[in-house]
Ligand binder design. Structure first.
Ligand code: DQA
Length: 146
């Protein structure tokens, strides 16, 4: 099973960025933990981070060949990007949306996700564990639908 892990804008600054909200782990730390879990589960991961909406759209489009599912933290694009939502919908791959913070406890503009309606589900509020829970959920969903 091949899965794509997508990180949206400003997530390259994790570790330094508002640690009281997003924690002190860097993106490399998170990717390392995901890789460790993927090794245990027996699946392959590719990682991609971009601050540019169109690049994320292109990465999603590219996943249609050879990828079985997408784990995505769309970051701020969660709340604005019809383009990312349409790309996920277009490729039709199973997708799990994750967030470090609990977006529903924060500012009202973070309560809406453009992505959630095209995702299998959303996991948020568990810091970097959101990614690990999301990977397990995506893996099990794909395995059970084989
Ligand atoms: C985030 C939540 C978003 O609202 C925010 O814009 C981010 C990070 C999270 O992981 O908690 O950049 O996706």
């Amino acid at each position: 099973m091949n899965l794509l892990v997508l990180h949206g804008p400003n997530l390259n600054m994790l570790g330094k960025r508002e640690p009281q909200v997003y924690g002190t782990r860097t993106l490399d730390d998170i990717n390392g933990s995901l890789q460790k879990l993927a090794d245990e589960l027996g699946c392959d991961l590719s990682f991609y981070q971009s601050n540019i909406e169109g690049e994320l759209v292109t990465a999603i489009q590219g996943a249609v060949s050879g990828c079985d599912g997408i784990l995505i933290n769309p970051a701020a694009y969660t709340h604005t990007s019809i383009a990312i939502r349409d790309a996920l919908s277009a490729v039709g791959l199973p997708c799990v949306e994750v967030h470090l913070s609990n977006i529903h406890r924060r500012e009202p503009f973070r309560h809406t996700s453009m992505i959630a309606p095209v995702a299998i589900g959303q996991i948020c509020g568990f810091g970097s564990d959101s990614y690990l829970l999301g990977l397990r959920a995506l893996f099990n969903h794909i395995k059970n639908s084989d």
